[in-house]
Design a protein around this ligand. Sequence first.
Ligand SMILES: O=C(O)[C@H]1O[C@H](OP(=O)(O)OP(=O)(O)OC[C@H]2O[C@@H](n3ccc(=O)[nH]c3=O)[C@H](O)[C@@H]2O)[C@H](O)[C@@H](O)[C@@H]1O
Length: 348
Amino acid sequence: MIQHSRSASWLPATRRLPEPERKRILVTGGAGFVGSHLVDRLLLMGHDVIVMDSFLTGARSNLEQWEGHRSFELLRHDVIEPILVEVDQIYHLACPASPRHYQANPIKTLKTNFLGTSNMLGLAKRTKSTLLLASTSEVYGDPQINPQREDYCGNTSCVGPRAAYDEGKRVAETLTNEYMKKDGVDTRIARIFNTYGPRMHAADGRVVSNFVIQALKGLPLTVYGDGIQTRSFCFIHDLIDGLIALMNVHPGEEGKDIHFPVNLGSSFEFTIAELATIVAEVVDELLAEERPNTEIRYLPLPIDDPKQRRPDTTRAEGLIGWNPRWKLKDGLREMAAYYHARILDGSL
Ligand SMILES: O=C(O)[C@H]1O[C@H](OP(=O)(O)OP(=O)(O)OC[C@H]2O[C@@H](n3ccc(=O)[nH]c3=O)[C@H](O)[C@@H]2O)[C@H](O)[C@@H](O)[C@@H]1O
């Protein structure tokens, strides 16, 4: 059945699942980059979605397409404070994710990861709902093996500049695992590797958004260090496929361990210098102009910046049959078009 809201005919048309299949789903951090794409997909699938966000880094504008839709509810609430809502599933995404944001207030980042995750696990226990924790590739720190498998314990510093986030996420994983073992909470842990796409906060300082915006504005691309550090970039729609598949996986006959962390990310590794070249090509194509002299400005490499990062996704493939499908260039085209429209309408 196609559902339109009572009040606004311009709302996106969604399915409405029959009662037993339709779930009430809480998305913490649902106004952020990943969260808002997840909310879009869950609503389009026909579920009821409650978004909880403190708007510390999330933006209301990421969700404005849903305001007034009867399956959508938005709560301004900081996950650090307990809350009681009746839900079937919890995607726990709330936490600033860009180094610029999580370093701006490290204590808050730690509290979000410890107290926030503890609150959500308590809620999952009380409501008997399934909780998926959005963890991160940062739990591997500056990895000494490449690619990283889920059983690699990582190389982090608990007093380094990235510690509030990577140690915060490590303790969030530990909490999740202990609630699963001790209290029988049905949990999933996704370790998300560098993800990019439309709606990334324009000022969050991450490499893909920085490069695309710089190229669109004709500014030099800021490469930190010599640009030989690597990352693997996953397009947002692929990540959302993976998160939903992981949330809904069941042990099955094979008795799969669905609670152990699962890497979600692209297996194609690029140096940051290569990324700069590809972004310049994509933006030239969009603006239909030859700009052979895209300038690179080399800036110092941040302390503890991981030198290499690429997920081993064998586990995701076996457990949920997941593999990213978007090619880097295609994803960058989407992202460049998104920011370009904002530059043209004056909002960027
Ligand atoms: O996007 C992500 O998924 C991840 O982003 C960051 O991790 P990081 O890999 O350091 O991401 P970026 O800040 O985008 O940096 C990637 C690389 O590009 C470099 N960089 C960044 C920005 C820039 O303008 N120029 C540049 O060369 C950085 O030094 C780093 O080597 C966060 O710490 C992670 O939590 C998050 O999961």
